[in-house]
Design a binder for this molecule. Structure first.
Ligand SMILES: NC(=O)c1ccc[n+]([C@@H]2O[C@H](COP(=O)([O-])OP(=O)(O)OC[C@H]3O[C@@H](n4cnc5c(N)ncnc54)[C@H](O)[C@@H]3O)[C@@H](O)[C@H]2O)c1
Length: 251
């Protein structure tokens, strides 16, 4: 049966790569991004691939009215939602000792509350449909290893990993699976604004390079597919081995 996927923050980067992969696997796509033109360009790009249908819904995915709009659009167009990717996330760097309340609240609002309430809305739909479902969160290696200037961000990503685990209790009875991918350094618009990013991370990544968005998309599409039908509440770290090692006194 054809599946319908709703993805947030998918106008570029990791989200767009996951949307492309799900489209190739036969899903219909409802794509959200904060930016209107980014959403339109992504929809046009994906539509040119000539696979399933693609529609856009721009807006702040952490706002309840946008959550309601995305869900309504998916249901009006397709009558169901089978796959959800809560990918929208922001990074606001800063020292812990000087970090502002405003930045903390914004990171928490988008990364944590946005993921929580969109998942709540879509889970209600999936429960009613009684067809099961697959939900994926986008965390980060910073939920596992300390990274300077990212205390609030790391905390928000660790929180959504725990959310996925916690929701197994409430969602497994309805056949809804919920997993998380935790990317390491990945070459997206966000990171490549630093021209030294790729070479810096290549030096400290055991597999010798940062991830491409497609590396994350492969894992994401697996976790969202029926091939992962007995996997729920898990986090898959995709980082070329970065979190598997610790600094060596002999390096
Ligand atoms: N790139 C990396 O190295 C990396 C590593 C670990 C985790 N991540 C996570 O992966 C996800 C995607 O990252 P990326 O590198 O592709 O980012 P990106 O900044 O290149 O793209 C993210 C997209 O999300 C959109 N967005 C931001 N806030 C939004 C909101 N409130 N509502 C809707 N859309 C919103 C942006 O407009 C942007 O197009 C994020 O959750 C990020 O935290 C990225």
């Amino acid at each position: 049966m054809e599946k319908v996927a709703l993805l947030t923050g998918a106008g570029q980067g990791i989200g767009l790569a996951i949307a492309r992969k799900l489209l190739e696997c036969g899903s219909h796509i409802v794509l959200n991004d904060m930016g209107k033109s980014l959403t339109q360009e992504a929809v046009a790009h994906l539509s040119r691939l000539g696979k399933g249908s693609v529609i856009g819904c721009s807006g702040d995915a952490a706002k309840q009215e946008v959550i309601d709009e995305m869900v309504q659009l998916a249901l009006q167009r397709h009558g169901q939602i089978d796959q959800l990717v809560c990918n929208a996330g922001i990074t606001l760097f800063g020292n812990f000792l000087d970090y502002s309340r405003a930045d903390f609240m914004e990171v928490t609002r988008v990364n944590q509350a946005g993921t929580f309430f969109l998942t709540q809305a879509v889970s209600q739909v999936m429960k009613k449909q009684d067809l099961g479902g697959a939900i994926l969160f986008t965390s980060s290696v910073t939920a596992h290893q300390s990274h300077e200037h990212l205390a609030a961000y790391a905390m928000s990503k660790a929180a959504i990993e725990m959310l996925a685990k916690n929701l197994v209790l409430e969602l497994a009875p309805f056949g809804i699976r919920i997993n998380t991918v935790a990317p390491g350094a990945t070459l997206t618009e966000r990171t490549t604004s630093d021209p030294a990013y790729a070479s810096t991370w290549s030096k400290i990544t055991p597999l010798g390079r940062p991830a491409f968005p497609e590396d994350i998309a492969e894992a994401a599409s697996f976790l969202l597919s029926d091939a992962a039908r007995h996997i729920t509440g898990q986090t898959l770290i995709i980082d070329g081995g970065w979190t598997a090692i610790s600094p060596s006194p002999y390096a």
